[in-house]
Design a protein around this ligand. Structure first.
Ligand code: ADP
Ligand code: MG
Length: 534
């Protein structure tokens, strides 16, 4: 037997769990059942891919086994199981990239920590809210030796080989005494367990058994008529598919009939995961075929800029062993994708102001990527964007900007830069300020990219105030007499640094400024490329 130490980060996270930052302790059961259900899904998929795999898939289920005398509860599944290495890497450490960030955020915002923690998939660790010792015995499908893991959550865990482990995983909780004040119920009581399962896990597709009887209805939520599903049921389902602990911002439930039938149940989360902008951020839509789970992270169904959308699509007419490659090329799947994208964009458009503000703060940057990725929906996306502008601290849509602009302003002006402060101090803005023209302030890195491709909104040109000649309407077309010599002298003096020196009407207070050619890189983009070594 080996005794290993938890990573420092994991230890901190476990302390948070043990000291119960989350008031609703019941949800540990949802987390363990959810893991069991995932493990059964994985076993099914694995045995389809590898028909030689030596597994028993005759009676896949999750079982709850309480023992009132021993004060234990065991949550077991006969799913995929874990190898010893997997136990160490999946259970012993928190491999998720956001963990360090989570801990930093938690230290800064202790008041909201209970909610924050939900974003990090600390699922298994929630066991330590209700147990002072947790034992996990697991055997990976197809392997003969099993692994036993045990911890009191106090910094170390033990790990050992076991010979007679059944296929799958059993998690045994040595329960803390029930304590009504602390919302610690008696988790060895079958009635308590039944009511928790009904509340949080009723829709799980696999049977959840207690005393040999399934206590969940196993009804696929997405296949039920909308009128029969409660908000609470939608929310719990969202938490299961998203591994998020926070309620979703919006639920989208649709049913398509006709040549290609499918049900879709999609959600806009209310918070962005910390890895939304990391290279390996996954897409959140799962594919089912006739109620059977086929794959998570189905990139054929949603474009990357909508990777924050979570949920399920259940198609009636696909083969059960359809591959990712086939899906990417399937015309019907492409049609489903187009329809889902429209529906999601339409839903965002209809969000009430407060929800939209939340949505924008969390996912706005990702949505902007759609201007580049999804040219077909560009016009729709443009209408969903919000911008800072020189007008004040409130955000504006392009529609509002256009409607507000003074007579005579024929273009939409913007300036890109690192920060609002840099932009506000830019001499490029002087003439626009003087004329009362509002300028959009674009500070996201992605702004640099889409402004090159999106040249107009609703027929009105989009124009950078820092590039080319800006025509503010009252320019002297020719150089006023007397300046020629000065310009010639200055062009010569600055020949090493600039292409051309010309008179400008764009300045009011500053004597001079540097501008780019209309098709030059902006300074920020230049910096970005240089940083990437190009
Ligand atoms: P999450 O489910 O969000 O990934 P958890 O902390 O609940 O986070 O679980 C961590 C990982 O441990 C899972 O992703 C899975 O790989 C593994 N795991 C947990 N429980 C089981 C189980 N019952 N069977 C197989 N693997 C499991
Ligand atoms: Mg989990």
């Amino acid at each position: 037997m080996e005794t290993l130490e938890f990573q420092a980060e994991t230890r901190q996270l476990m302390q948070l769990m043990i000291h119960s930052i989350y008031s609703n302790k019941d949800i540990f059961l949802r987390e363990l059942i959810s893991n069991g259900s995932d493990a059964l899904d994985k076993l099914r998929i694995e045995s389809l891919v590898d028909s030689d795999l030596d597994v028993d898939r005759s009676d896949l289920h999750v079982a709850l086994t309480p023992d009132a005398d021993a004060r234990t509860l065991t949550v077991s599944d006969n799913g995929i199981g874990m190898t010893r290495d997997e136990v160490v890497s999946l259970i012993g450490t928190i491999a998720k990239s956001g963990t360090a960030e989570l801990l930093r955020t938690l230290r800064e915002a202790s008041a909201e920590s209970a909610d924050l923690i939900g974003q990090f998939g600390v699922g298994f660790y929630s066991s330590f809210m209700v147990a002072d010792r947790v034992t996990l015995v697991t055997r990976k499908a197809g392997e003969s030796t099993g692994t036993r893991w045990e911890s009191t959550g106090e910094g170390t865990y033990t790990i050992d080989d076991v010979d007679d482990a059944p296929q799958g995983t059993a998690v045994t909780l040595h329960l803390k005494p029930a304590d009504a004040e602390d919302q610690l119920h008696d988790y060895a009581d079958p009635a308590v367990l039944t009511s928790i399962v009904k509340k949080y896990s009723d829709f799980i597709a696999w049977p959840i058994r207690l005393d040999g009887t399934a206590i969940n209805s196993q009804k696929a939520l997405w296949a039920r008529p909308r009128s029969e599903v409660t908000a609470e049921e939608y929310n719990e389902f969202y938490k299961h598919v998203s591994h998020d602990w926070t309620d979703p911002l919006e639920t989208i439930h649709m049913k398509a009939e006709g040549t290609f039938e499918y049900d879709a149940l999609l959600f806009l989360p209310s918070r962005a995961p910390f890895d939304l902008y990391s290279r390996d951020a996954q897409r959140g839509v799962q594919l089912y075929v006739k109620r059977v789970f086929i794959m998570a992270d189905c990139e054929a169904l949603v474009p990357s800029y909508l990777r924050f959308v979570k949920g399920v699509v259940d198609a009636a007419d696909l083969s059960l062993n359809v591959s990712r490659e086939i899906l990417q090329q399937d015309r019907q799947i492409q049609a489903v994708r187009r329809r889902l994208v429209r529906k999601v964009l339409g839903t965002i458009k209809e969000l009430p102001a407060e929800k939209y503000a939340t949505f924008w703060a969390e996912f706005g940057r990702a949505l902007k990527e759609g201007l580049i990725e999804d040219a077909a929906n560009r016009e729709i996306i443009l209408d969903l964007l919000s911008f800072s502008s020189t007008r004040g601290s409130e955000l504006t849509t392009l529609r509002e900007y256009v409607e507000r602009r003074p007579e005579g302003q024929t273009e939409i002006y913007y300036l890109t830069g690192d920060s609002r402060a840099t932009i506000e101090n830019s001499p490029h803005l002087e003439a626009f300020r003087a004329k009362g023209y509002e300028v959009l302030v674009l500070t996201d890195p992605v702004d640099e990219v889409w402004v090159d491709q999106v040249t107009e909104y609703d027929g009105i040109p989009l124009k950078s105030v820092a590039k080319g000649q800006v025509d503010l309407g009252d320019t002297a077309a020719e150089t006023p007499a007397g300046f020629e010599d000065f310009l010639t002298w200055m062009s010569g003096a600055l020949a090493e640094s600039v292409k051309e020196v010309r008179l400008s009407t764009r300045l009011v207070d500053s004597p001079a400024c540097v501008v780019g050619d209309a098709d030059d890189l902006t300074p920020t983009l230049e910096k970005m490329f240089r940083a990437m070594g190009q």
